[in-house]
Ligand binder design. Structure first.
Ligand SMILES: O=C(O)c1ccccc1N[C@@H]1O[C@H](COP(=O)(O)O)[C@@H](O)[C@H]1O
Length: 216
């Protein structure tokens, strides 16, 4: 199986170009004010126009209101909404119907019980994203560069196509792919030099590492 790639938290034209030119399948923009990767709508619209047709555009939100999602849908027209909060399966259905986007639902994982909860979303989300649970006291539910024990995914059916994230880097992504056989891998902190500061070289190294894994 060929593993796809998502580079998330892109916030400059240069970093976005490195992702697109390097063959990223998905490019992610963060709409969550406490995040160092948060984008205002106008900036996101310009980046989305740079990306459109060259990779799937993903808009990441956290328990967003209909008003926020409506603005994102109209102004950015993303291919996917990544719901990275405590959205219930019912809310996922509602968002998908109201805003006409495919849905990536993030599942915070520490234990195999956490991973098993994904089953309640497989019929309503287009893709499940397994991410490490945020550290206690964190002001955002993801993007901390922390991995979880990939073995806890063993109990989840291999039939579920999922995206893997949490602490991935150019150096560990090949091992992550071997261990979990994900549909795709997603990175933010691992291609940054500081929170919110993407590095074109690290983006290229990450994409190359996945390509190499796909060839072996
Ligand atoms: O990146 C953020 O700031 C963020 C904010 C709120 C929710 C999720 C966020 N990031 C996502 O978290 C995972 C893992 O990121 P990392 O590679 O461990 O830094 C990924 O999906 C990010 O897009």
């Amino acid at each position: 199986m060929t593993t796809k790639t998502k580079i998330c938290g892109l916030n400059t034209r240069e970093a976005l170009a490195a992702a697109i030119d390097g063959g990223a399948d998905y490019v992610g923009f963060v709409f969550f004010a406490p995040s160092p990767r948060h984008l205002e709508i106008a900036a996101a619209r310009r980046l989305a126009e740079q990306a459109r047709g060259r990779g799937d555009i993903v808009a990441l939100t956290v328990d967003a209101t209909d008003a926020v999602l409506d603005e994102i849908a109209k102004e950015i027209a993303p291919d996917f909404l990544q719901l990275h909060g405590s959205e219930t399966p019912e809310r996922v259905v509602e968002v998908k119907e109201k805003f006409g986007c495919k849905i990536i639902k993030a599942m915070p994982v520490r234990t195999s019980e956490d991973a098993a909860l994904a089953k309640t979303y497989t019929k309503v989300a287009d893709l499940i994203l397994f991410d490490a649970k945020a550290p206690s006291g964190a002001t955002r539910p993801g993007g901390h560069g922390q991995a979880f024990d990939w073995a806890v995914l063993d109990a989840v059916s291999r039939d579920i196509p999922f995206m893997l994230s949490g602490g991935l880097t150019p150096d560990n992504v090949q091992e992550a792919i071997r261990a979990t056989c994900p549909q795709s891998v997603d990175v933010s902190s691992g291609v940054e030099t500081a929170p919110g500061v993407k590095d074109a070289d690290l983006i290229r190294r990450f994409l190359q590492a996945v390509k190499t894994a796909n060839q072996s």
